[in-house]
Structure formats: structure tokens, C-alpha cells
Design a binder for this molecule. Structure first.
Ligand code: SF4
Length: 201
């Protein structure tokens, strides 16, 4: 059985509980954040747990660390000294690229179809239609937030569109969501106008 060290930076933790969903044996819900079960606080809000774990347990521990969106969890094999999951982000050999894109010149329409997106300020919902041919809505998805809508469209309805079109959908959904939260007008493809609030009757 490999000897493993789990590190948990509680200060960094944002409490979305993804680690807990992946590995309930190691993590405990303690309200806003999680607790590393059996972990010892070696400095303020920094916990360590060392022990012998089966290969299967190690795999689950590493998966739990991987799903943490803020790198609050590190895992090290103390026998081999190998980092199984590093908390620190390495940038030594990074390839840095300046983003460049001119929508007027480079935009290409997705042959699979196009989205029609609007908000309903009364119900605080976003409505997304997808047209495979001009002005014929084939699918309509209504939801409260971008996550549930794009998960439904992409992973449940398995809509086949270009990769940049998925990104476009995410961008527009987030804009629509912000508009609803802030009481702004949402116009698909336009920038949000933060200076003008809409009247909801
Ligand atoms: S996944 Fe990371 S941020 Fe989320 S609760 Fe676990 S440690 Fe905290």
C-alpha cells in the first residue's frame, strides 16, 4: 500500500464541495467549506493527512483533488516522492499567446444552424432556440442559469455544433444571466448596457 500525503489549503477552498462528491470518505461538509477527515492543522487553515491507502483509494483521492477548481488539494506519494497532484501551478515552459481575432473579417457561420436567445425578465428565465434552417426553431430550452441550459443542450440533447459555437453559447448565456440579475436589457450579440435598467411590468 502506498504511503500518501494529502494537503488541504482551507483558506483557498471556496466550498463548492466537488471533492466531497468525488470522495466522501476523505471529505466532510462543514458548512461553507469542507474538512479533511483526520487531517492535522500544521499551520493556520493548512491541513495534512498522511497514511497508507490502497491503489483504489489513492485513485479516488487524486480524482477528488483534480476536481477542485481552486487547487486547494495536493496529493503526494511519500514512498516515491512523486507529486500525484500538485497544488502549485507551473509556468516554467509556458507558451504565452496574445489573443487576436477580428469578428468582422474572420467570422464563419456554423452550417449546423444558429441560436436565438432571449430573456424573460418576469420569470427571470433564459430561452434558447436553435434553428437548423432559417426561422424554423427546432429545439427550445428554457432555464434559470447558463450551467443548466448548456448542459441540457450539449450533453443531454447532444446538439452537434462547432466548438466556437459552444463557446458563443456560453458567452451569450452568461450575458443573458447577468442582464436578468442586474435588471438590464439583453440583446443577443450586443454588449450589455450597464447604464440603463429596464422596467419590468
Ligand atoms: S473542491 Fe476544492 S474548493 Fe471545493 S470544497 Fe473541495 S477543497 Fe474546497
Amino acid at each position: 500500500m502506498p504511503k500518501i500525503r494529502i494537503e488541504f489549503d482551507k483558506q483557498t477552498c471556496i466550498g463548492n464541495k466537488a471533492c466531497l462528491a468525488m470522495d466522501f470518505k476523505r471529505w466532510k461538509d462543514v458548512g461553507e467549506k469542507v474538512e479533511l477527515i483526520g487531517g492535522k492543522e500544521v499551520q493556520r487553515d493548512f491541513f495534512i493527512l498522511e497514511g497508507d491507502f490502497s491503489e483504489d483509494e489513492v485513485e479516488t483521492i487524486v480524482e477528488g483533488a483534480k476536481v477542485c477548481p481552486v487547487n486547494a488539494i495536493g496529493v503526494k506519494n511519500l514512498d516515491t516522492k512523486k507529486e500525484l497532484y500538485k497544488r502549485e501551478i507551473t509556468t516554467a515552459n509556458i507558451k504565452e499567446i496574445r489573443a487576436k481575432y477580428d469578428d468582422r473579417k474572420e467570422f464563419i457561420l456554423d452550417p449546423a444552424g444558429y441560436f436565438l436567445i432571449k430573456t424573460n425578465p418576469k420569470s427571470k428565465e433564459i430561452e434558447v432556440g436553435f434553428c437548423r434552417e432559417p426561422n424554423v426553431v427546432a429545439i427550445k430550452v428554457i432555464g434559470k442559469n447558463p450551467l443548466e441550459i448548456y448542459q441540457t443542450i450539449i450533453n443531454k440533447e447532444k446538439l452537434e455544433i462547432r466548438k466556437d459555437h459552444y463557446a458563443y453559447l456560453g458567452r451569450e448565456l452568461q450575458k443573458a444571466y447577468i442582464a436578468l440579475q442586474q435588471g438590464l436589457e439583453y440583446v443577443q450579440d450586443d454588449e450589455l448596457n450597464f447604464k440603463e435598467k429596464v422596467n419590468i411590468k
